[in-house]
Each structure stands twice: as structure tokens, then as C-alpha cells.
Design a protein around this ligand. Sequence first.
Ligand SMILES: CC(=O)SCCNC(=O)CCNC(=O)[C@H](O)C(C)(C)COP(=O)(O)OP(=O)(O)OC[C@H]1O[C@@H](n2cnc3c(N)ncnc32)[C@H](O)[C@@H]1OP(=O)(O)O
Ligand SMILES: O=C(O)CCC(=O)C(=O)O
Ligand SMILES: [Mg+2]
Length: 459
Amino acid sequence: MKVGILDSTLREGEQTPGVVFTTEQRVEIAKALSELGVSMIEAGHPAVSPDIYEGIKRIVKLKKEGEITPEIVGHSRAVKKDIEIAAELEVDRIAIFYGISDIHLKAKTGKTREEALNIIAEAVSYAKEHGAKVRFTAEDATRADLEYLTQVIKTVRDAGADRIGIADTVGILYPAKTRELFSYLSKIPGVEYDIHAHNDLGLAVANSLAAVEGGATIIHATVNGLGERVGITPLQVIAAALKYHFNVEVVKLELLPKISSLIEKYSGIPTPPNFPITGDYAFLHKAGIHVQGILNDPRTYEFMPPETFGRNRDYVIDKYTGKHALKDRFERLGVSLSEEELEQVLAKIKSNPNVRFYRDVDLLEIAEEVTGRVLKPRPPEKVEALISIKCDSNVYTTAVTRKISVIPGVKEVMEISGDYDILAKIEAKDPTELNNIIESIRSVKGVSSTLTSLVLKKM
Ligand SMILES: CC(=O)SCCNC(=O)CCNC(=O)[C@H](O)C(C)(C)COP(=O)(O)OP(=O)(O)OC[C@H]1O[C@@H](n2cnc3c(N)ncnc32)[C@H](O)[C@@H]1OP(=O)(O)O
Ligand SMILES: O=C(O)CCC(=O)C(=O)O
Ligand SMILES: [Mg+2]
């Protein structure tokens, strides 16, 4: 199956209310998307503002220098000035859009169908004259007259567009209709299709899969599903669905949590815990019957192993817990309890129905109360810590960050705002090793002070 991802986090994603990316963030996001392995990056609409222009310029430069590999796409209205601005940036492809439903023609551009055909044909030819590859996106295609849509596609193909975006701009498609539409349009020779599916009815992923079955070869997605209103196809979910249903790996699946966190941080939009694949609860189980199942064979309640997506499985303890989960949890803690003692601990848990999560310390406390013994849990296999780092005022924080990022044991480093400049995530096998890592960080030139926080519990 031939299918790739166009990531539009930098264009559609930045259309999410409240989201703005800085130029530096744009560059970092483009690098992360390239590392992830997307086919195309829709880097923005350069005519919108000088900072977006600058961001695209930096991203195109990275592409020319061979630092990133995806095709770089610039968005444009069917307006000469917009096209010229995109062309002068030398993006690989100019994506010209135009609303072609009668609703859009009447309310937005005030053009007749015939006039619109001329405008878009001229725009596509103009972009081609500037040497770029061209995608034409039929905005609101799914509410447009089908015969007119066909006419539009043939017109822009003849004017030089080799890709056509079919935009479900208000998210009203459903899978059977999507498959039928793309199968029909795929009969038109000389073009390939992109699906751009909005999620207003929660069907963006399903519609994107159906479009691929109908012949689309590029799916538009954004990290965490960002975009206008409720957004578009979330990259992590469509990537997982393509793997599960078609055994196609469109991106490096194990890197999805990392890019999801990066976009949460830069967009300021947290994903809910029950978000598929990258949400905190995506591989976290609860009901006793489920946990008994996954302890015997995780396939009972997982569609794919969490490790595929760089995640781990776990389960929580509360009144829904059963004896198998509880026995396993105490074994993990290195504490041996008799069947009867486990029953008593379980009864205590069930008699406190409003506790949302029992932490290990709570469970040990109950077990000590029930058994009357002092219980010694096994020490943790590794020590994790967050180190907040302050830099001297005259140093370039990014240079310090880079030096810290290569110290063994440092798993992740970020530049942050507030009292400290940098945050580093550390993993060590014991406190002595942790201390050595902290010493290495403190000896980096430009680091003025550090504050260490040990991780006590992770969800
Ligand atoms: C479904 C989608 O997401 S499509 C992508 C949407 N992207 C954006 O809107 C990018 C952000 N937008 C902007 O920064 C601004 O709207 C700009 C720079 C594009 C245009 O700004 P302004 O010139 O001030 O116009 P404004 O946004 O108020 O109105 C849109 C104008 O573009 C016209 N227009 C809308 N779509 C298109 C199109 N695809 N091709 C040509 N003209 C278009 C409208 O008819 C209107 O024209 P008018 O000024 O002659 O009335
Ligand atoms: O250019 C595109 O592919 C899509 C434009 C858009 O964002 C939309 O129609 O929702
Ligand atoms: Mg859109």
C-alpha cells in the first residue's frame, strides 16, 4: 500500500485557537517531524505573517543543507502575491487552496463556478511557472457538486498540479462515502490525492483510512490532532491504525510519545489522559478482570503492545481491583503476603470506595496494618530525577543545553521559562550514579546552579 503522511502541525495546527509557535519552535518541530519520518511538512502559509515567512525560510534552508528530508510544502491562496511569496522561499511544493462548494463561492470569494475555474487554473499555472511542484486543494470539496469537483480536478491537472487535496473542511464525511468518493476520483488519470479530514464528527481517522482504501496516497495529520475548531486527523492515531490494519509504518512509531510531548509543550494544549496511543491512560488498565487477563496475556486487553509506540503497560489499584492484580503488585514491590492477607488488604480497599488511586506507599501501609509486620519493599531498580538548571546570564542557553544533552544518563533536556533555564530528565541505576551525573552537569561551563527533584511516582 502506497501511503505517506503530510504533517500540518505548523500550518493547520497553528490554526488552533490560542496556539502560536515561535520561529525557533518551528525549526525544532520540523527537525522532530523529519526524525519521525513524515513524507511532507506543510510548514505554513508564508503570506500570513513575517514570522511564519522566517520560519519557512529556516526550514527550507535545513532541507537544502540535507538536515531534514521531508518535502516542504507552503500554503497559498489562489492569489498572485501569495504564490510569489511562497515561490521566493523555494519551498518544494506550493499548495494552493480554493473553496469550491457553492456555499464557499457565494460567501467568501463571490465568484461563479466558471470564474473560479479560471482563477484556480491561472493560479496553478502561475505557481508552475515559478518552478515549484503544485498541489491544488479543493477546500470544502465534500460539500461541492461532484460534477463541478471533477471539472476542477481536470482543470488544475491540465494547468500543472500533480496532487489534489480533497478537503473535508467541516468534517461531514463518513467512511463508506469517503471510500466511494476517492474510488470515483481515482479514475481521473494524471493526479494523486491527499485527504484532509476534519474531526467535527470524530471521524477524521476513519475517513482518512477509507480515503486510502479508495486510492488517496497522502494523509494530512497534525500531532495531537491540532487544527481549526476540533482539529484534524491526529498523527499518532492514524499512524497506529495504518500499522494495525495494513501493517504499514508511515512513521517511526516509537517516537510518537516524544513528538506528542513536544507539541503539548509548544502549543500549550494538553492532550486528555484517555487520548489514544500517547495519552497517559492509553496502556493503563484498571478493572480486576482486565488486569488478570493482561497478566496472563496482554493481548486480552491491548490491540498492540505498548512498546511498539514507545510506551509501557501498567495498571492502577482501586475498588475495581481483584486478587490477581493485588498479588502481582505486592510481588513487584518484593513483599510476600499469604492468600488470606491479600484477601484482607483487598477488603480494606473495597471498603474505601472513593479512593481514586492507591499508591504503593498506601498499599504497604494497609498491608502492615493487616499483617502487623514491618514490610520492607524492594528498592527501586533505577533512580529518576528532574534537574532544574540555572545558567550564567551571559551564556547562550542553547549551547549549555546541547552540552548537557550528551552527558550519559541524561534522557531529555528542555529549555524552560521561569526561575530556571533548563530542565533535564535523568535516569541512574543508584543514588551514587545520580550524584555523578549531577556533578557532570554542574561542571558544564555556564551552569550556575542546579535543583534536583527525585521522581517518586509516575502514572
Ligand atoms: C480551511 C482552511 O483552513 S484554509 C487556510 C486558512 N488560512 C488562513 O486563513 C491563514 C491566515 N489568514 C490570514 O492571515 C489572512 O486571512 C490573509 C493574510 C490570508 C488574508 O487577509 P486579508 O487580506 O486581510 O483578508 P481576510 O482574511 O479578511 O479575507 C479573506 C480574503 O481572501 C479571499 N480569499 C479567501 N480564500 C481565498 C482563496 N483560496 N484564494 C483567493 N482568495 C481567497 C476572500 O475572498 C477575501 O478577499 P477580499 O479581501 O477581497 O474580500
Ligand atoms: O490545503 C489543504 O489541504 C486543506 C485546507 C484546509 O485546511 C481545509 O480545507 O480544511
Ligand atoms: Mg483544515
